[in-house]
Write a protein that binds this ligand. Structure first.
Ligand SMILES: Nc1ncnc2c1ncn2[C@@H]1O[C@H](COP(=O)(O)OP(=O)(O)OP(=O)(O)O)[C@@H](O)[C@H]1O
Ligand SMILES: [Mg+2]
Length: 361
């Protein structure tokens, strides 16, 4: 009986064992299947992460590219605005110079004839006087009314001052033409001092005393410079921008000062030029205005940076000047400014451009 029970139990156990074995096998299969599924999913996940990472890098690159494009578009726009402004100024100046040139040439050309005719007439009057020292009363009276002696002396002076005046206008016209230098867009050796003087001529009206501003003195300390290879017209634009800023700064400063303060420390612009070594020339333009506050000094060369009221400044003068000096002439443009003492802009350019030509911007 016991034996029979045991064998039944053994059979049951074997059956349970088989069932368990099968379950175990099934579980094992499921586990393997799950593992393989997980591996596939992990692989897919890694692939997706990889793709995401690469597209993120691409996006970053793209946005960098867009930023660069935007930057260069800004730069280009800035250049175009300033270029337009300066070329409009240049064209206007050249136009005025051209229009004045003709009538002044008529006057100047005819002055020598007038001089000659006057000399002839005076000689004739002298001869009459010599041979007819006692003319009829009518002529005598007229002589006295006209005051021939005075007229003779004054006429010579008048002609002389007319000659000086027209010569001065001719000089101005020449300076205006030189300033615009529209015909000279190429690179060539020029006299820097002539460029500065011509630019000052354009800004002459801002030197004089007016209701808005007291007189501004210009001190020139010119060194011995040989001709400098440059784009003359564009270099003049740089001088124009720096000088115009100096005038603005001085006028603004004076508007806040009392007459006494202005009298004690009159407005001054000092222009110094010198040779730095045999390779470089330096042009320093200083004003004794209010200076540039330290907080904005890093922004002066930024395009569109201006502290001037709307309509007065575009904020492009210094940005474009920086570009003309550094990129086109391979030079340096810098400034030192001490608040309430003044500002000095320093332009340094090589006497000769090693490549022969400046880089086109
Ligand atoms: N000599 C100076 N003294 C004081 N501030 C100056 C001087 N030169 C430049 N600045 C400052 O730098 C700013 C930028 O000058 P920038 O010439 O580029 O522009 P702007 O004069 O404002 O306008 P514009 O484009 O018409 O010249 C000026 O607005 C001014 O605040
Ligand atoms: Mg300016």
């Amino acid at each position: 009986m016991d034996n029979q029970d045991n064998s039944i139990q053994i059979q049951d156990l074997a059956k349970i064992n088989r069932i368990l074995q099968k379950k175990l096998e099934r579980c094992e299969n499921e586990r393997r299947q799950l593992e393989s599924d997980i591996a596939t999913k992990e692989f897919l996940l890694k692939k997706v992460i990889c793709e995401l990472e690469s597209s993120q890098t691409k996006l970053q690159q793209r946005s960098q590219e867009l930023e660069n494009t935007l930057d260069s578009l800004h730069k280009m726009q800035a250049q175009m605005i300033q270029g337009e402004k300066m070329s409009a100024l240049g064209q206007m100046v050249a136009g005025i110079a051209h229009e004045i040139n003709n009538p002044v040439s008529f006057i100047y050309g005819n002055l020598s004839h007038i001089q000659e005719y006057t000399d002839d007439l005076l000689r004739l009057v002298h001869l009459y006087h010599h041979y007819f020292p006692k003319p009829p009363v009518e002529i005598q009276t007229e002589r006295e009314i006209i005051d021939v002696e005075f007229l003779e002396k004054d006429m010579i002076m008048v002609l002389k001052s007319m000659k000086i005046g027209t010569e001065r206008i001719r000089d101005i016209v020449l300076s205006l033409r030189n300033f615009s230098r529209l015909d000279e867009s190429e690179f060539k050796a020029v006299d820097i001092h002539e460029g500065i003087d011509n630019t000052l001529m354009i800004l002459q009206h801002r030197l004089k005393y007016s209701d808005q501003s007291p007189e501004i003195q210009v001190i020139k300390v010119y060194g011995d410079l040989s001709p400098v290879e440059c784009y003359a017209g564009e270099l003049n634009q740089v001088f124009f921008n720096i000088l115009a800023n100096a005038f603005d700064a001085l006028e603004e400063f004076n508007a806040q000062r009392t007459a006494q303060e202005i009298h004690e420390n009159p407005s001054r612009i000092t222009i110094r030029t010198c040779v730095v070594d045999s390779q470089w020339v330096k042009i320093a333009i200083a004003d004794n205005g209010a200076g540039i506050p330290e907080a904005i000094q890093t922004q002066v060369f930024n395009p569109f940076f201006t502290t001037k009221p709307v309509g007065k400044g575009t904020g492009m003068g210094m940005a474009i000047s920086y570009q003309i000096i550094t990129e086109k002439h391979h030079g340096k443009l810098d400034f030192v400014s001490i608040p309430s003492k003044g500002t000095e802009f320093v332009v340094q350019i090589p006497l000769q451009q090693s490549g022969g030509r400046g880089e086109s911007v």
